[in-house]
Design a protein around this ligand. Structure first.
Ligand code: CA2
Length: 148
């Protein structure tokens, strides 16, 4: 069985660390990749981090995860609040799924309070900054190591 955790990121998250640091902080996605990789390796797992601005590419990557990943951490960005298609794709994945938002979406505009992805997610993190990704990876390692 795969020991690879997919970390999927949606639109605009390629700009992490470059814009709006008051909301999203100064760390880049590459910093997130490195920290999560180090954490996962210590537990006998690896991570693959992806980012796309395109809904279809994210869906294709979720399909790939069906055979290549033991768990998914996903920050769908604004697609969180709009995409039934990403929800449908996640519903085809059998392992643990953790939804991760850098900001506390519940403290922001009302349109960010609803998530389609939460209907599938086994856990949801919001407002932990980029540390949320590490917490999510830690959780997937525990759940997979415990056998379910
Ligand atoms: O808090 C989160 O992680 C979000 O998923 C981020 C999305 C937003 O639409 C969600 O409501 C909450 C936006 C991602 C934009 O990413 C940027 C990162 C740095 C600079 C500019 C945008």
């Amino acid at each position: 069985m795969s020991r690879t955790i997919y970390i999927l990121n949606g639109p605009n998250l390629n700009l992490l660390g470059q814009r709006q640091p008051e909301i999203y902080g100064y760390d880049t996605l590459d910093d997130v990749r490195q920290r999560c990789a180090q954490l996962a390796e210590g537990k006998g797992f690896s991570v693959d981090l992806f980012q796309s601005n395109h809904e279809g590419v994210i869906i294709d990557t979720i399909h790939e995860a069906r055979s290549a990943a033991c768990g998914i951490v996903i920050n769908p960005g604004a697609f969180t609040h709009t995409s039934v298609a990403i929800l449908d794709a996640l519903n085809t994945f059998e392992g643990p799924v953790i939804e991760c938002h850098i900001s506390n979406v519940h403290k922001r505009e009302a349109f960010r309070h609803h998530s389609y992805v939460s209907l599938r997610a086994d856990g949801v993190l919001a407002g932990f900054g980029v540390e949320g990704y590490e917490l999510a990876v830690r959780r997937i390692c525990s759940v997979v190591s415990a056998g379910g």
